[in-house]
Ligand binder design. Structure first.
Ligand code: NDP
Length: 253
């Protein structure tokens, strides 16, 4: 995407990022902070979250808040407790990037381990929904809220072997569409990003023989991540965007 954001695109914005400890989420959190946002980092690993917060501080940006929440076990009550804590430190949320996700087993349906299946659904769908429900009141306090989910090419077109991950991403697209319609009359837009094959730990575990040098880095994707959080995308809702529109799904040759 060719997008030249203003340096202060996200000034006065408060943005929460899940899975902010690594990969695309880490890069998005750092980028949002660089463009003026106050960021709230969510993840399961305290040490990694603290390192991201320290990096933000070292650059002299708005200090980040961080909270641990393990989505593998997160309950609706825990998500509401987190939202209550948040409302004690921020007046609203202008953006939420649901980015945390797990891959599960890349294997045919008849070999999908039911327990892993449930873990993928819990992290990618159920906990994402619990968190959304808990955070909606804070998002609705924004004059221009942006709720962004993370999809995948296998969440739009099923492909052999992608099992629970693909099904969870179809569910994510569905959740985005339902919410987008429900909040059409409000100041809240709801969209999906499909990052496309990106140089992260998750991608390496899905395609262990692939040369990572052939993949875009999380930083390369940031124009779309910025655009969807800022006012330049104000009228867009209910849509699923590709961070790498010309990239064919699958292994990079
Ligand atoms: P990574 O595995 O690099 O990072 C995933 C992030 O999610 C990490 O911060 C991780 O935390 C966090 N996370 C995982 N499980 C939990 C949990 N139980 N509770 C809380 N946080 C958790 O993945 P990517 O950056 O590659 O992926 C980010 C998103 O993009 C995912 O939704 C993925 O499905 C999607 N995507 C990625 C593609 C790619 O090629 N990379 C392609 C298409 C979609 P921790 O640091 O503790 O592990």
């Amino acid at each position: 995407m060719h997008y030249q954001p203003q340096d202060n695109l996200l000034q006065n914005r408060i943005i929460l990022v899940t899975g902010a400890s690594d990969g695309i989420g880490r890069e998005a959190a750092l980028t949002y902070a660089r463009f003026g946002a106050s960021v709230i980092l969510l993840g399961r690993n305290e040490q990694k979250l603290r390192a991201v917060a320290n990096e933000i501080q070292a650059h002299g940006l708005h200090p980040a808040h961080w909270f641990t929440l393990d989505l593998a076990t997160a309950t609706p009550a825990e998500c509401h407790t987190l939202a209550t804590k948040l409302s004690g430190i921020v007046p609203r949320l202008d953006g939420v990037l649901h980015n945390a996700g797990i891959l599960g087993d890349v294997t045919p349906m008849d070999k999908q381990d039911p327990q892993t299946w449930q873990a993928v659904m819990q992290v990618n769908v159920n906990a994402t929904f619990f968190l959304t429900q808990a955070l909606l009141p804070l998002l609705l306090k924004s004059e221009s809220g942006s709720l962004v989910f993370t999809s995948s090419s296998v969440g739009r077109q099923g492909r052999a072997g992608w099992g629970a991950y693909a099904v969870s991403k179809f569910a994510t697209e569905g959740m985005m569409q339902v919410l987008a319609e429900e909040y059409k009359q409000h100041n809240l837009r709801v969209n999906c990003i499909n990052p496309g094959g990106t140089r992260t730990a998750m991608r390496a575990s899905a395609f262990p023989t692939e040369d990572p040098a052939k993949l875009k880095t999380p930083r390369d994707l940031m124009p779309l991540y910025l655009w969807l959080m800022g006012d330049d995308s104000r009228r867009k809702t209910g849509m699923s965007f590709d961070a790498q529109p010309n990239r064919k799904p699958g292994i990079s040759e």
